[in-house]
Ligand binder design. Structure first.
Ligand code: 2AM
Ligand code: CA
Length: 264
């Protein structure tokens, strides 16, 4: 297991915010949500979780910057370190009582992610990674899957929903990949899809129009598990472009080969 002062801070923060999300999930399941309706309730749940994470992370590392999905960017005195946080990734799943959502915490130093954590409070799966120290699920060291042939692979994607993204492009991508793989999945929480790639459960995953906080922690998990993360062009940093392909080196290359020409 990975033990460091930094990771202890991250794990403690995630577990506290996770307890809050889990309590709120219970409310959703009972459908006893506020008069304003479940969507409003969920946005309260993630704001509350983000404030807890902000409090704990900034208390432990005063001066670090903080980028959160809910509260935007908060600058710190230390310009080299920034927390990149999604307090509730997989919001739509959460809203529907589907237990596939997570807290995602990345720590960036200069331009490099140096630590990452993804925590699903619904099933208590905790994924952590630190640069040069490996990636872990609970106590277990992670390694990406070793498959080399797409037709043996289970691959996940994201799908744009109403009013977002390029639906035609997404359908073309799905058609191409569907024809080539053993199984295509759509789970709906980007951070957990990346965690599943790191854990070798998924052989690959791609999605467009993501944000840095969806991917920061997942990117270091996959790299520390021996996998490859890039933008759809096969090279650029997905945290900068918002579109992502990941997998082991073979499956990543196969996905890039199929998907890159379609986006043009
Ligand atoms: P969210 O649940 O925190 O919004 C769904 O395909 C995945 O994409 C989720 O991880 C979702 O994160 C993420 N995502 C990022 N930006 C999105 C957007 N503009 N619309 C829908 N999902 C988005
Ligand atoms: Ca998200």
């Amino acid at each position: 297991m990975l033990q460091s002062a930094l990771m202890n801070v991250m794990v403690k923060a995630a577990r506290r915010a996770g307890r809050s999300l889990k309590r709120d999930l219970g409310e959703i399941e009972n459908l006893q949500v506020s008069l304003k309706g479940p969507a409003n309730f969920v946005s309260l749940a993630d704001k509350r979780a983000e404030e807890m994470l902000y409090e704990d992370l900034i208390k432990a590392r005063p001066g670090y910057g903080f980028i959160g999905e809910e509260g935007g960017t908060r600058e710190g005195a230390d310009k080299t370190h920034t927390w990149i946080v999604d307090p509730l990734d997989g919001t739509t799943n959460f809203l529907h009582g589907i237990p596939q959502f997570a807290i995602s915490i990345g720590l960036r130093r200069e331009d490099t992610i140096i630590a990452g954590l993804i925590y699903n409070p619904a099933n208590d799966e905790l994924y952590i990674a630190e640069r040069g120290k490996g990636a872990f699920l609970n106590d277990q060291r992670l390694r990406v899957a070793g498959r080399r042939r797409l037709d043996d692979c289970v691959v996940a994607c994201g799908l744009p929903h109403i009013g977002r993204g390029d639906h035609d492009l997404s359908r073309r991508e799905m058609t191409e990949i569907q024809n080539r793989v053993a199984g295509l999945r759509r789970f709906g929480a980007a951070s957990l899809d990346m965690a599943f790639v790191a854990a070798g459960r998924l052989d690959g995953y791609w999605e467009r129009n993501l944000q840095a906080w969806d991917m920061a922690a997942g990117a270091i998990l996959i790299k520390e598990a021996g996998g490859v993360v890039s933008c759809v062009d096969g090279q650029s940093d997905p945290l900068k472009t918002g579109n992502l392909i990941c997998g082991n080196e073979y499956i990543h290359a196969e996905l890039v080969k199929i998907l890159r020409p379609l986006g043009k």
